[in-house]
Design a binder for this molecule. Structure first.
Ligand code: AMP
Length: 120
């Protein structure tokens, strides 16, 4: 899949549409999900143009990967969910129901999250 620069997260990165920003550094931008599915539901996206986790894992620079992973951990701690627990989730492709084709990690927390997967 080729990267489509008009996807909604690319537009947020370019400042074309607003977001409820939680954190930003050289490697990552984090903001609240527009349709939260838990008390805490934050999305973390890399600054680079990656379609999904698969693209990011295969092609991102190691410094970018390290910076992004560090940012996710930092954001979870700053949200105060590291003690109570949280879940990170990245959807890739059709079976996962990935909606936005710019790699993103969901951070869920702030409440008991139930079992991991709810098959259709
Ligand atoms: P996924 O199914 O993993 O691609 O998840 C995409 C997520 O992006 C969903 O949870 C949406 O609610 C969220 N989303 C879509 N548009 C926006 C937006 N403009 N601001 C914040 N979150 C969004």
């Amino acid at each position: 899949m080729t990267y489509n620069r008009s996807n909604v997260f690319a537009r947020i990165l370019r400042g074309e549409i607003p977001c409820k920003k939680v954190y930003e550094d050289a490697h990552a931008l984090a903001f609240h999900d527009i349709h939260p599915q838990a008390k805490v539901h934050v999305l973390v996206i890399p600054k680079g143009a990656y379609v999904s986790f698969d693209d990011f894992a295969a092609t991102a620079d190691p410094a970018e990967i390290a910076g992004f992973v560090r940012a996710v951990g930092h954001i979870a701690r700053s949200l105060g969910v590291d003690e109570s627990g949280y879940r990170i989730l990245a959807n890739h492709g059709a079976d996962s129901h990935q909606e936005v084709p710019h790699f993103h990690v969901h951070i869920f927390g702030g409440q008991p999250l139930g079992r991991m997967i709810q098959p259709e």
